[in-house]
Design a protein around this ligand. Structure first.
Ligand code: GUN
Length: 287
């Protein structure tokens, strides 16, 4: 294996340590405890794991957190009134509604109900628009984490070819905007891009966010590329694997993120960071 392994586990641990110090300072100096409310609708097992990890992260850095679990068949109005209540709760600086939501719930309506000042996921259409013009207060967590990992890889993005596989609102589209802000040339591919490898082979930075196990094979990767794997797929044997055929791609990439221990822990670290940022903005603390 020749690629440098970019460890999200290590980078996120460092960020969480720094956040813990910041939270401690907010408490002692200003008597402020940042607070995060997480809403989970239904019993999606993957979502349950994500929410548990978010709670654990809060506990580790000293952020107050509360979890609201609603049944899968909850009425949309009930969810909207919970959000309204949290919008008006002074203890809470960040509100996160875990996605995906059950089919009968209008996701856009729910995301629009979250106060733009507490939208630590950066999914409210206002914050999405702010990201588009390069003025985002809250940048979505996974794309933000990817950018930190790219920085860690040491690659200068200016003028580089960045190719993203996946066009989701959570990862593909926002990370494209962040890469553009760093002056990369950006291509967004998706399941209907043909031929896909023609695009991926030109990538200096390749971001895989398609949700298909080992989809990116070595013959799709330019030698020396930095490869970021956003996928979290469960194999029949219960093991986790990414969207990238890690062992083979690591032979030709210059740097690669593992799964687990790559992008996943960064998403949580960025959520915690956004929550601390929100608490500071709410209290007019600038540093
Ligand atoms: N589902 C998958 N990723 C995310 C995320 O970053 N935030 C929320 N709210 N739901 C998700």
């Amino acid at each position: 294996m020749s690629a440098k392994v970019i460890s999200g586990k290590e980078v996120s641990a460092r960020i969480k340590q720094e956040l813990a110090l910041e939270v401690e300072l907010l408490k002692t100096k200003y008597d402020i405890i940042p607070g995060l409310a997480v809403i989970l609708v239904g019993e999606n097992p993957a979502s349950q794991v994500y929410v548990r990890n978010k709670e654990k992260g809060c506990e580790l850095v000293g952020i107050y957190s509360e979890k609201h679990i609603l049944p899968a068949d909850v009425a949309q109005d009930k969810l909207l009134s919970l959000i309204e209540q949290l919008n008006n709760d002074d203890k809470i600086h960040g509100i996160l509604v875990q996605l995906p939501l059950p089919e009968h719930i209008d996701e856009t309506k729910v995301l629009e109900a979250i106060s733009t000042d507490k939208d630590v996921d950066g999914f409210h259409p206002y914050n999405v628009g702010q990201l588009m013009v390069g003025a985002a207060k809250f940048v979505p967590c996974t794309p933000q984490g990817i950018m930190v990992l790219l920085k860690e890889s040491g690659m200068d993005l200016v003028g580089k070819q960045a190719v993203i596989i996946g066009r989701s609102n959570i990862v593909g589209k926002p990370v494209a905007l962040l890469l553009l802000q760093e002056h990369a040339t950006v291509t967004i591919c998706h399941s209907r891009t043909k031929p896909l490898s023609e695009q991926t082979l030109k990538a200096d930075v390749l971001i895989a966010a398609i949700g298909r196990p080992k989809f990116v094979t070595a013959d799709m990767v330019k030698p020396g590329a930095v490869v970021i794997d956003v996928g979290v797929n469960r194999l029949p044997d219960g093991k986790l694997c990414g969207d990238v055929d890690y062992a083979a791609v690591a032979e030709i990439a210059s740097a690669i993120t593992p799964v687990p221990g790559g992008v996943g822990p960064m998403t949580i670290a960025m959520l915690l960071s956004n929550t601390v940022k929100s608490a500071k903005l709410y209290n007019n603390i600038v540093d």
